[in-house]
Write a protein that binds this ligand. Structure first.
Ligand code: ADP
Length: 177
């Protein structure tokens, strides 16, 4: 990433994170209560590289982060090998699988593929600090919270695009040089 002088006009992380006001909502998974089918539908309806996992849609408390490719591989493997995992199976990211009825299909437990401590910044963190964090820790993405609730996500590309806008240059020339 470029030197932080680009941010002297003091944008905040909330100005650069996604979703923007006009964007579709942040695509999240809940730690329990979704089926294999629902997770597959969510993953396939987007191109995002990863998905935050939250306690529930209502709480938006962050539990972890899973990469798209790990989700797809795990679901694919489970459907092939794990006895009884079907579209209607519950996907669980919790430590202990919730009790399931004897006639329900067995749950698919995916805690093992989740990053349990994804990096976060708050929405009001000045962008120069967020950029420093990205550079020092070599991040590709970081989650954004407000009062402990998940609010959005910011990726390295989002930052590069923002820098290009500030510099009033063609974003592609920076991204791919
Ligand atoms: P990149 O920015 O490197 O292309 P992604 O493909 O993951 O990475 O993200 C594409 C865009 O979508 C970025 O602007 C990012 O902030 C946003 N984004 C990433 N993950 C999600 C998500 N789960 N829900 C909503 N938006 C997301």
């Amino acid at each position: 990433l470029e030197p932080k002088e680009e941010f002297e006009h003091s944008s905040l992380t909330v100005d650069v994170m996604r979703p923007r006001r006009s964007d579709p909502a942040l695509a999240v998974l809940t730690q329990e209560g979704m089926t294999v089918e629902e997770v597959e539908a969510l993953v396939e309806s987007t191109r995002y590289s990863g998905f935050p996992v939250v306690v529930s849609q209502e709480s938006q408390r962050l539990v972890g982060f899973v990469f798209r490719r790990d989700l797809l591989i795990s679901i694919d493997n489970a459907r092939k090998r794990q006895e009884g995992v079907v579209g209607a199976s519950q996907v669980v990211f919790t430590e202990h699988a919730p009790a399931h009825a004897a006639d329900a299909p067995p749950p698919l437990r995916l805690r093992g593929i989740m990053d349990l401590s994804p990096f976060t910044v708050t929405d009001h963190t000045p962008m120069d600090i967020t950029v420093d964090i990205f550079r020092k820790l070599g991040l590709r993405q970081c989650l954004v919270t407000h009062n402990g609730r998940l609010l959005g996500i910011i990726t390295k590309k989002d930052i590069l695009k923002h820098m290009a806008q500030i510099a009033n240059r063609d974003p592609d020339s920076i991204l791919f040089n």
